[in-house]
Write a protein that binds this ligand. Structure first.
Ligand SMILES: [Zn+2]
Length: 100
């Protein structure tokens, strides 16, 4: 899904619909680009609204990678994926892989 988005074959809206995802832009503390959590089958993506357009876009891709890699279901009680470094690296590697 992300691959098709990056290649311009489908729109961001279609990807969000497909993953049942909502994006909210909020002022987050410095150093936090965004986070994602699943609640009641909806994937909630929060992006730091203080970021530049480019960084907001990059962060959205990163959070979508967490969803696409199914990283949100692997932890039972912990809803938030953004602080788990192993997953952070995997999400970033995945985007790099798709861009190459
Ligand atoms: Zn992350």
């Amino acid at each position: 899904m992300l691959k098709e988005l990056l290649e311009g074959e489908i729109s961001q809206k279609e990807v969000l619909n497909y993953y049942n995802a909502n994006v909210t832009y909020l002022p987050l503390m410095e150093g936090v680009n965004g986070l994602v959590f699943n609640y009641k089958d909806i994937n909630n993506i929060i992006i730091n609204k203080n970021l530049s357009y480019y960084k907001r876009r990059k962060t959205l891709l990163h959070e979508l990678a967490h969803i696409e890699l199914n990283q949100l279901c692997q932890r039972d009680k912990d809803l938030f994926a953004f602080h788990i470094q192993e997953y952070e690296d995997e999400a970033d590697r995945y985007i790099k892989y798709l861009l190459n």
